[in-house]
Ligand binder design. Structure first.
Ligand code: NAP
Length: 306
């Protein structure tokens, strides 16, 4: 068998990467996790998590991230910090260039995640303080409150409908006068008494002392600017997979998320994907860790077969 630095290299240190690292190193695979900046991924900007099993009182994103890192480290997982610049994934030896290092392994798990597209109107100041990208995660915090939602695609419309189970009022701001979402979702949203459509409009900013209190909205046809008093702002203007560094090496869906089978295997033997970067119907911490347990076990089986 060809010599490599590692049995497995994992790209990405969010919940998916850390879980894959924990499973693989516990299974005694010589495993390296490559992380661009800091481990934790999107949960680092998640204020409070109430839907991850095992924490009935809830847990902050940074605390959960610390615990995942601590658990992964118990089994001798190795870490390399730096940006992946290129990779050669075909063949038995996979090589990954990080800065001036070329690292090799027999298997690779891509767990590089995805990022919600931002509005670039200063919303990052309110991350975890009223700005959210996930109704499944945060809608229950808005019981009987007023929220603004942004976007016109399936996500914005479906999630706005979900928000109405909690919020007393949802203003859905969309930049055009018709929705992109599927007709059935449109019909449901337009018939929902708690949803008020704000057509032809964009969010221009938000303010508040400790969290979101006001959301600025501008009608792009008339130029009229208004302020909506709201407790939160949910932004659903698309989600971007962190797959640019792959340079088209793997098979992707129409939105550039990596296609896998039920074993998390990609189209290249020995290369697996897990978590938000994968083409999947739900992107949650619970689904990311589930994917990763499967991916790490699949990598182990693949190595046994070499
Ligand atoms: P999407 O379909 O790309 O829609 C993004 C929406 O955000 C569009 O309405 C777009 O407006 C708007 N937008 C984009 N940039 C904006 C900006 N800078 N400012 C304001 N608005 C902006 O994204 P998605 O809704 O997240 O859906 C992604 C994929 O997942 C889609 O294929 C969708 O069908 C699928 N999905 C399916 C379901 C389901 O089947 N139930 C649920 C969720 C998602 P324009 O329309 O003007 O371009």
């Amino acid at each position: 068998m060809a010599e490599t630095n590692y049995d497995l290299i994992i790209i990405g240190g969010g919940p998916a990467g850390l879980t894959a690292g924990m499973y693989a190193s516990r299974a005694r695979l010589n495993t390296l996790l490559v992380e661009k900046v800091v481990t934790g991924g999107q949960i680092l900007i998640t204020d409070w998590i109430e839907n991850y099993p095992g924490f009935p009182e809830g847990i902050s994103g940074p605390d959960l991230s610390d615990k995942m890192l601590e658990q992964a480290r118990q089994f001798d997982l190795k870490f390399e910090y730096g940006e992946v610049e290129s990779m050669a994934l075909e063949g038995e030896v996979k090589s990954i260039t990080v800065g001036d290092k070329v690292l090799t392994a027999k298997t690779v798990i891509i767990a590089s995640g995805a990022s919600p597209r931002s509005l670039n109107v200063g919303e990052e100041k309110f991350h975890g303080k009223g700005v959210s990208y996930c109704a499944t995660c945060d809608a229950p915090f808005y019981r009987d409150k007023v929220v603004v939602a942004v976007g016109g695609g399936d996500t914005a419309v479906q999630e706005s409908i979900y928000l109405t189970k909690f919020a007393k009022k949802v203003y859905l701001v969309h930049r055009r006068d018709e929705l992109r979402a599927a007709k059935i979702l449109q019909e449901r949203a337009l018939a929902n008494e708690k949803i008020e459509m704000i057509w032809d409009s964009v969010v221009t900013g938000m303010d508040g002392l400790f969290g979101v209190e006001n959301v600025g909205v501008k009608n792009i046809k008339t130029g009229e600017e208004t302020t909506i008093a709201a407790d939160g702002c949910f932004i659903w203007v698309g989600i971007l997979p962190n797959t640019g560094f792959l340079g088209g090496a793997l098979e992707m869906d129409a939105w550039n998320f990596i296609k896998t089978d039920a074993h998390m295997a990609t189209n290249i033997p020995g290369v697996f994907a897990a978590g938000d970067v994968r083409s999947t119907p739900l992107r949650q911490i619970a689904t990311a860790v589930g994917d990763s347990a499967i991916a790490a076990t699949s990598a182990e089986h693949y190595l046994e077969g070499l």
